[in-house]
Structures are given as structure tokens and as C-alpha cells.
Design a protein around this ligand. Structure first.
Ligand code: MN
Length: 277
């Protein structure tokens, strides 16, 4: 039995099928973790969702920003973006079943000293605190509060974390960090608009997982979301978004020995540029 973690799929079902064949994934014996962003930009979000839904207990998936955007569109809390490729999902006869299932997925998964999130953890959070916040926001996503959480502009979130934030700002900033964090500015504030590679980040900005005072530093964090960073492995971080949908590769990492297998993005899976993220 192996546990494989796969990076951001974003509707790249053809590439995914090749990768699963290459790692000889056995859906009766192996387990699979996905770092989120199963959908959008790529051509086959519906097929990816149906496949993921069908894996049952074999699959652990955390929600990414594109998965949340799909849920927000389904719930009527967000409109279509120009670069969305979600219409097929939203028109599917099994839409409600698939999206109800997606809505029940966690934002954080913890097993031993490994933690999986879509984007990152704020340096102020211990793993215990991050887990508690994720649970709180997951409950909100599953209930009527989801509309308020999704409907508010991310510009309305507080600039930085502090103890004692009110409920809605706390949940907004936690959701932003877990699903969109890449760098922190020199003044310690999370920066959610920068999408480029670390070397072109604004002066003084630092990738969240390299912040020396990070209070989750005793855990190994597996995540995706940062396509411009690419596959990046350290003793305490596993960055797995290798930009499949932008013409890069789809990455699988075997948790037991950190073996890495990469499948080049199939031509039909590559999105047109211009959408970002
Ligand atoms: Mn993402």
C-alpha cells in the first residue's frame, strides 16, 4: 500500500489518467491525497470530479480556491469569471451530488506530522490552531454562513492575523490563507495578489514556508497553489503544483519515501494564458 499526493489537477483529466497509469495507482490498495484545485482553467473538470467522487475512502482531498469558486457559483454567491471552464460541471445532471460532496471536503488534513492544505499556513499559527480554524471554516462553508463568507470581497478581510478577531474577519482571513497564501510582505502581512516566482517577489517578501518564526515549523506541510514556484521539496515542506494546466507537469509524490513522478501536461489540457493562478 502506498500513499500518493498529487498536485493541482485543474481539470486536466487526460494528464491525470496518464500519471495514475505511470505510478500504477491501485484504487483497491493505495491511497491518494489531492492538494485541491481539482477544477477550472483546464478542459475536463466534470470528469475529474466524477473520478474523485468515485474513489470513496481511498481519497483525501482539501479544498482549493478554484474548488471554492465553483461552490460559490453553484450557490449563487459568485458570478462567472472570463477564464472559468466550469459550465460543464454546473450543467451536469449529477451536479448537485458532486458539489454537495465537494462542499463536505476539509480545508486541512493532518496525519502524523504531515499536514496538507491547498496554499499555506500563517506563521502565527501552530498546527493545532490551524486545524481548529480549518474546522471552524469548514463548518461555515457547509452551512448558510457560506453565502456571507463567499460573497464578501477578499479586500474586506483584515490585513494581518491577530488574536481576538471577530468571527467573520477571522474566518475570512483563515480561508484566504489556507487557500491562497504564497508570500508574506516585509512587514509580516500576507500578500494575496503576488502570483509570480519567489525571485520576482517584492523586496523583502518571503515564501510563507520559509518564515523562520513559523509556529508550524515542526510539521511537514504538503501544499499546491503556487504554480510559478513549481515542485519544491524541503525537509518541512512539499510544494506540489508543477503547473500542469499552464504547460508544465502534473506531479505525484509517494509519502512513504518521497519518490516523485511527473507527467507532462497533455496538449489538450493546457489552458490559454491570461487568467493567472
Ligand atoms: Mn490554487
Amino acid at each position: 500500500m502506498a500513499t500518493w499526493i498529487i498536485g493541482d489537477i485543474q481539470g486536466c483529466h487526460s494528464t491525470l489518467r496518464r500519471l495514475l497509469a505511470r505510478i500504477r495507482f491501485d484504487d483497491r490498495a493505495d491511497r491518494l491525497w489531492l492538494v485541491g484545485d481539482l477544477v477550472n482553467r483546464g478542459p475536463s473538470s466534470l470528469e475529474v470530479l466524477r473520478w474523485a467522487r468515485g474513489l470513496g475512502e481511498r481519497l483525501t482531498v482539501v479544498l482549493g480556491n478554484h474548488d471554492l469558486h465553483l461552490l460559490a457559483r453553484w450557490l449563487g454567491a459568485a458570478g462567472a469569471k472570463r477564464t472559468d471552464t466550469l459550465d460543464e460541471v454546473l450543467a451536469a445532471p449529477d451536479r448537485d451530488d458532486l458539489l454537495s460532496w465537494l462542499r463536505e471536503r476539509p480545508l486541512l488534513h493532518r496525519e502524523g506530522d504531515v499536514v496538507m492544505v491547498h496554499a499555506g499556513l500563517l506563521p502565527e499559527w501552530t498546527v493545532d490552531e490551524a486545524e481548529a480554524l480549518a474546522l471552524e471554516v469548514e463548518r461555515a462553508i457547509r452551512g448558510p454562513e457560506a453565502l456571507e463568507l463567499f460573497g464578501r470581497s477578499r479586500r474586506a478581510a483584515p490585513r494581518r492575523w491577530k488574536a481576538g478577531l471577530d468571527e467573520l474577519p477571522r474566518r475570512q482571513l483563515a480561508l484566504l490563507a489556507l487557500t491562497r497564501l504564497r508570500t508574506l510582505a516585509a512587514n509580516g502581512e500576507p500578500e494575496f495578489d503576488f502570483t509570480g516566482p519567489p525571485l520576482s517577489a517584492p523586496a523583502g517578501a518571503i515564501p510563507w514556508f520559509l518564515v523562520p518564526s513559523r509556529r508550524s515549523g515542526d510539521a511537514t506541510i504538503a501544499f499546491g497553489h503556487w504554480a510559478a514556484l513549481g515542485l519544491n521539496l524541503g525537509p518541512r515542506h512539499l510544494a506540489l503544483d508543477s503547473a500542469c494546466v499552464w504547460g508544465g507537469t502534473l506531479t505525484a509524490l509517494r509519502l512513504e519515501d518521497r519518490a516523485v513522478v511527473q507527467e507532462p501536461g497533455v496538449e489538450g489540457d493546457v489552458a490559454a494564458r491570461g487568467g493567472g493562478e
